[in-house]
Design a protein. Structure first.
Lengths: 274, 320
């Protein structure tokens, strides 16, 4: 059995190297954010600060208004998540469980939308937003995110498992369709709602290109847009930029770590079907 | 294409239990249409129609016009120019360079990312390994992070003098490389970062795919005396076929949309070596407001994406 032990050691060695590579950039980011100005730009590079300082975090919140961008991002991500959850679950349920004319054709049309790069829509979308007076407003960021093809797919796939008998029984009892949706469907699909909520929140928080395009007033910037902007002005301030990166990544990381069960299961469980 | 999203993306599990064969008691006659459905669908379809499909169609129209800064101010200035934007595009070296860069990124970075994902999934799927949950979380972490933020972090990791990467390479005698300042190395550097950032997602999908392979197949192969490598080639890979197709299609679509990395790390340089098609579209459309021209750029990207998807579907069909 020494062979198997050697194999095992080799496996763990590879896994450990992989783990170090996966985490090192983020470990360095956190570490550099705590170094006094200039310490991250020395040779040889330091992996840990000689002495810890929080001056960059203080500077970000006091001098560079990061709190404001933080609230912008949080507000936009929460708004998109809550609205899209309702809109997508209604549509996903309808595609899965209700009969109506053109159902399959509509669904297929939606599916083709998944091959179209979103950037193709951005130029006319900007002009549309301009017409609607929504350029440089939070709504301009929120509205295009309020429904998603991916979200509808996710919900539909899960809602297919709701037994028809359950719905029909409720109809026999005279329950209206909205009531059935609210009191039977929604409680049944809670796990996939959790998955979709986390997914939407994270991708909205992380989104960059559309907010960059539609927001021009600095006070309305989301965190990633503000960060990219800062990175241009403060190229030399390594430690400051690392602190900004930490603050941008921290919320999504916490959401992921605490709720990863839903997030990961959503990805894994579904792909088995493939 | 239609089955791809259904097949893979994160869908809920019990989907297979649908479509029961037994006749069901129905309050409504079978086939009768449920008008409530339209109420449920209306918000989503309206939003997606107005804010996605309509703009996509409009982009096609836009690409046949000379929509520019003057038209932004007053739409009356727009003129129909037919295919002139496309002709100009194909005549512009910068467009071809951007297309070449994007293909480089997608065709090298995409497969590399998938390869790393598969390797990580195979490691994590080994029966000898414990703490799988821990390693899985660690490997998935880069995927969750904010791209803009990690692009900034990597910009410093790649620093010629103070960067961690050159420091480590120095141990084995490799001289300092100007990663983001040298046209030869800038794209490989961006690819390396993109692989690090993206492999976790496909890894999860591969793990699920590996777990779905019946153990008996491996047993049978073992009895036939197949080596580990042969088992991988003749059992694992064919069984992963549909998963590979899904992963390939989705990954390539994503990689064709390269934008944030060059925007944040190199601004498309040095010498335009990392200017991607989307970055070019952004610059033409939103910096110089040549929106008709930019729309043509966007549409060519769409066509290339579509072609790459169709090629993969065709290849898969021929194999299967």
């Amino acid at each position: 059995m020494t062979g198997s032990r050697a194999v095992k050691a080799l496996l763990y060695a590879q896994l450990a190297v992989g783990a170090v590579l996966a985490l090192l950039p983020m470990v360095w980011m956190v570490s550099a954010s705590l170094m006094p100005a200039g310490e991250a730009s020395t040779f040889p590079p330091r992996l840990f600060p000689r002495e810890v300082t929080f001056e960059h975090y203080v500077a970000l919140f006091t001098r560079l208004h990061l709190g404001r961008y933080f609230l912008n991002s949080a507000g936009i991500a929460l708004a998109v998540t809550s609205v899209s959850l309702l809109v997508n679950s209604m549509a996903g349920y309808a595609f899965a469980k209700l009969r109506f004319r053109g159902r399959d054709r509509t669904f297929r049309l939606l599916a083709t939308g998944l091959v179209v790069p979103v950037q193709v829509a951005m130029l006319p979308l900007f002009l549309l937003m301009k017409q609607l007076g929504l350029v440089n407003t939070y709504w301009g960021v929120v509205i295009p995110g309020m429904a998603s093809i991916f979200g509808i797919f996710l919900i539909r796939q899960y809602a297919l498992s709701i037994p028809d008998d359950l719905l029909d029984a409720a109809r026999m009892d005279g329950a209206g369709e909205l009531r059935i949706f609210g009191s039977i469907v929604l409680p049944t699909i809670v796990p996939i709602l959790a998955t979709l909520a986390i997914w939407t929140f994270l991708s909205t928080w992380n989104d960059f290109m559309w907010p960059l395009i539609v927001l021009s007033d600095e006070r309305r910037y989301t965190l990633p847009v503000a960060l990219a902007n800062l990175a241009g002005e403060h190229v030399q301030d390594t430690e400051l930029m690392m602190a900004g990166s930490v603050l941008t990544i921290l919320p999504v990381m916490l959401v992921f770590l605490f709720l990863q069960r839903y997030y990961v299961q959503g990805v894994m469980v579904g792909s088995v079907k493939g | 294409m239609l089955e791809a999203p259904e097949a893979g993306v994160a869908a809920g599990a019990p989907a297979r239990t649908s479509a029961p064969a037994a006749p069901r008691r129905r309050f409504r006659a079978p086939g009768e249409e449920n008008r409530a459905a339209y109420v449920f669908l209306a918000p989503a379809l309206l939003l997606i129609g107005v804010f996605f499909f309509l703009p996509v169609a409009a982009a096609l129209v836009l690409s046949f016009t000379d929509f520019d800064l003057y038209s932004v101010a007053d739409p009356a200035n727009v003129r129909w120019v037919g295919l002139r934007n496309y002709a100009r595009l194909l005549d512009t070296p910068l467009f071809w360079q951007a297309m070449g860069n994007t293909l480089y990124f997608a065709l090298v970075g995409g497969p590399l990312s998938i390869g790393v994902s598969l390797a990580a999934a195979l490691l994590l799927n080994s029966r000898l390994v414990r703490f799988k949950g821990f390693f899985r979380t660690v490997y998935f972490t880069p995927f969750v992070t904010t791209l803009v933020a990690v692009a900034i972090v990597w910009r410093y990791l790649y620093h010629t003098r103070y960067g961690l990467l050159n420091y480590v390479l120095g141990w084995v005698g490799i001289g300092p490389v100007d990663w983001l300042g040298d046209p030869r190395w800038a794209m490989p550097a961006i690819i390396l970062m993109a692989v690090w950032k993206s492999f976790g997602y496909n890894m999860l999908i591969f793990i699920a795919g590996l777990q779905a392979i019946p153990e008996e197949l491996y047993e049978a192969a073992r009895i036939d005396g197949a080596s580990a490598l042969q088992r991988f080639r003749h059992v694992t890979l064919p069984q992963l076929g549909p998963t590979l197709l899904f992963v390939g299609v989705v990954t390539l679509i994503g990689f064709f949309q390269l934008f944030v990395e060059p925007y944040v790390m190199t601004m498309g340089g040095p010498l335009r070596a990392t200017t991607s098609v989307v970055l070019l579209m952004y610059e033409e459309g939103f910096r110089w407001w040549r929106m008709g021209y930019a729309a043509a750029v966007a549409f060519v990207l769409f066509l290339v994406t579509l072609a790459a998807t169709l090629v993969q579907l065709r290849l898969r069909k021929e194999e299967g």
